[in-house]
Design a protein around this ligand. Sequence first.
Ligand SMILES: *Cc1c(COP(=O)(O)O)cnc(C)c1O
Length: 236
Amino acid sequence: MDWQTQIAANLEGVRARIARAAQRVGRDPAAVTIVVVTKTMPAEVVRAAAAAGLADIGENRVQEAAAKRAQLDDLAGVRWHMVGHLQRNKAGPALELFDTIHSVDSVDLAAALARRAAAAVRVVPILLEVNVGGEATKFGLPPREEVLRAAVEAILALPGLRLEGLMTVAPPAADPQAARPAFRRLRALAADLQSHYPQASWRHLSMGMTDDYTVAVEEGATLVRLGRALLGERQR
Ligand SMILES: *Cc1c(COP(=O)(O)O)cnc(C)c1O
């Protein structure tokens, strides 16, 4: 089977599972956008994913995304999402490559992005990454109301950015249900921020990956970031 046929078949299954998860909690499945995470996959896979109907492409490294995009000059109508850790000194290149940044994990990074965005006369949608599990190995702001409120207060004062919500990567676990508290926590943190900063939209919760996306949808995810569920296992 070629890539496009394989991805289209996987996508059908994923959409059905999202629809059932949304139904279980009375949500509209159309409120969930699938971001296909194409890291480690060649440009032709991105092209096949787009042809299969996936218009939101996620990458986690600036350099890899740059190499792929150079081969996809003619690919129109897709949005590029940065989902991996971003270093401050890559803010400029990242903005040239990505439409939206899910992984803003410090006020310093937000400020670097804001400077570049304002210089380019752009308004860039961003999400704040929260390390809900508090894992030492993960990036993200700590899951504490005071810390997040202070970060949001500072970020809302910056030009060139539009804060649209929160993002998290749940701690790895064999049982998808184990991710539920993390997703609930992210939703609760967003609700707290919404009550203090209603001027931001708080429309997005970017949460849920291949192993736990149906649970994330039940807990309110609006953006699920899927690699293996759509593309199969990554080569190491
Ligand atoms: C790789 C990655 C994903 C997708 O992971 P799968 O388990 O393959 O679905 C999602 N989010 C981030 C931040 C990633 O790095």
